[in-house]
Design a protein around this ligand. Sequence first.
Ligand code: PLP
Length: 402
Amino acid sequence: MINEKCLGYGTAPSLIRELFAYGLEKAKTVGPENVYDYSMGNPSIPAPAKVNESIRSIVGKEDPLKLHGYSLANGIEEVREAIAENLNRRFHCNAKAGELYLTCGCAPALVSVARALTSCPEDEFIINAPYFPEYNQFFTNAGAKLRIIPADTATFQLNFDRIEEALNEHTSAVVINSPNNPSGVVYSEETLRKLGDLLDKACAKYGHPIYIIADEPYRELVYDGVKVPFLPNLYPNTIVCYSWSKSLSLPGERIGYFYVNGRCADAEKVYAAASGAAREIGNVNAPTLIQRTVGLCVDEEPDLETYDKNRTLLYRSLVSYGYECVRPEGAFYLLVKAPGGDAEAFSEKAKREQNLLLVPCTGFGCPGYLRIAYCVSNEMIRRSLPAFQALLCDGKDESERR
Ligand code: PLP
């Protein structure tokens, strides 16, 4: 009677959570200052002051019955209007409140949109590695087959030859996550225009729209003045899935949206189907207090300076020690090539010998690499640097001894 697939998901170990739990346990014996936990993508800067001020003012002013009651399934209209205005100011995109649907974070937005774009078991989604491992659950549960495109490890931009090979009459969507978890890479406008051209040709060839699902919880986290192109402006058949989990440091509050722009093929049907899918998964409505809060905070920006300091310190230090790192332009992750080539073995050694917790990226479709989540204190990074150095020296000693 028990669903085997769900049982499998529910009992499968999560490497990231296991590392995190190991860190907590280890800290009890060696002291928290001697554990360097880079496992989790939990924001390390507090939400902007305006978030709590808004919560206090909303709670003080609003009728509690109305405030804590159900909202429209797609969210409070004024809030969606405020989001649409913000998008229009920034991206000149003519977004309307009726094209936005508020969800409990980016994850249910992705699941709803994926479900809306899967009509038969042959339908396929193209996923570009490296990718967020939860896609395996989100998209296969929606009924889609996943076509994984291996990473172009020379640039970590899109692997066009392989995307072209993978496109076929069953392709329903291509999933794009930029800034990327785990590489920190931002896909350039040139890359995304090229993808749009390729998909336009494929749509014409196969006689149906092929959508882009833009997974964008890291949109606002970019450094060195890098811009994240707004995909619906480059390729109208794009559906954006967004959240404030990372940009406003609100991952536990569960608030995000999907946005189906008016120029997207079958826009109204896609919106309606994704709304139906949100209903199907029990996303009754996003939490109303937090809906109202983000409505007042749409123009707030994250404290990029703090993450940027971490990024610069870690990237420069690791490169100077001899690690091969992918230069991160966004999000709060640094991808490092595992010295010796075996990411699992290196992660284990780092954990055992140095209490340094690094995530092997095999599950992200990128074997041989490790993810370092630098959403931690700058002081922890400083303390951890000798551990990174020691691990490389050990490796050198070993190869010299052989
Ligand atoms: N997509 C990516 C690439 C992520 O890294 C995450 C969370 O870490 C999500 C989606 C889910 O975001 P949320 O917590 O808003 O559901």
